[in-house]
Design a protein around this ligand. Structure first.
Ligand SMILES: C[S@@+](CC[C@H](N)C(=O)[O-])C[C@H]1O[C@@H](n2cnc3c(N)ncnc32)[C@H](O)[C@@H]1O
Length: 222
């Protein structure tokens, strides 16, 4: 595990194993040769891998700095990154053979996002998403991640990382996380069973299960 990895993992609050399983889970389900949309692409760290399997990827994200980072980090010619709100997918042009999303749905109003997914996914197209479950939001989860990271990196490198990790403990960030938790609790998608019922309502017939401390949604549009 590199320091770059650790920053990402601390940011997401999921363990390295969960991220690795989630990557494989999504990759295996992408249609070879299809045109694919990445919802909430961030810095596109997964898109470079996925691009080798599919015909084209459009990565959308609402944060300009993430999209700019993705453009400079990810040079594959069959990927484009666009600043776009995932809750307004119906404003995008064209339709897609598949859509995927990694650890972004908890930021979104999923009623709005799902309407756009239904509109822009081709018949027979596949949605594959992974997102956080209750463990993600728990303090005990954070301690486990810290313990896991210290075991892998060693105490010396962990101490050296403290100034960079402080970025994650700003009041603004806590406020952001607090409002995410409040919304997903209100919408009843905090615990796995609630998460499952919530997404089955939006994507009837979807396969929904757990990967590590995250959950997946695998749905084929009829
Ligand atoms: C935890 S990051 C995951 C990034 C990326 N999927 C990855 O696997 O590296 C969540 C991303 O969702 C994006 N996001 C949040 N709200 C969004 C919205 N309404 N529309 C599009 N992207 C959004 C954030 O900017 C952030 O980049």
């Amino acid at each position: 595990m590199t320091e770059k990895h650790l920053i990402r993992i601390a940011d997401w609050g999921v363990t390295e194993q969960t991220v690795v399983f989630a990557d494989d889970f999504v990759l295996e389900r992408l249609p070879a040769g299809g045109d694919v949309l990445d919802i909430g692409c961030g810095r596109g760290i997964f898109d470079a891998k996925a691009a080798q399997r599919v015909r084209s990827i459009t990565g959308i994200d609402i944060t300009l700095s993430e999209v700019e980072a993705a453009r400079s980090l990810c040079r594959n010619t069959n990927i484009r990154f666009v600043v776009h709100d995932a809750e307004k997918l119906f404003e995008l042009e064209g339709t897609y053979d598949a859509m995927f999303s990694r650890f972004c749905f908890h930021h979104l109003n999923m009623e709005k996002t799902a309407a756009g997914i239904h509109a822009r996914l081709k018949s027979g197209g596949r949605l594959v998403a992974v997102d956080c479950l209750e463990d993600y939001w728990k303090l005990s989860g954070s301690f486990y991640i810290l313990f896991d990271a210290t075991r892998r990196l060693g105490i010396g490198r962990m101490i050296a990382l403290i100034p960079r990790l402080m970025f994650f403990f700003t009041p603004k960030r806590f406020q952001h996380v607090k409002s995410d938790i409040a919304r997903i609790k209100r919408e009843k998608r905090y615990h796995f069973e609630d998460f499952k019922n919530f997404y089955l309502r939006l994507f009837p017939g979807a396969h929904i299960g757990m990967i590590g401390c995250a959950a997946y949604i695998d749905w084929r549009k009829p």
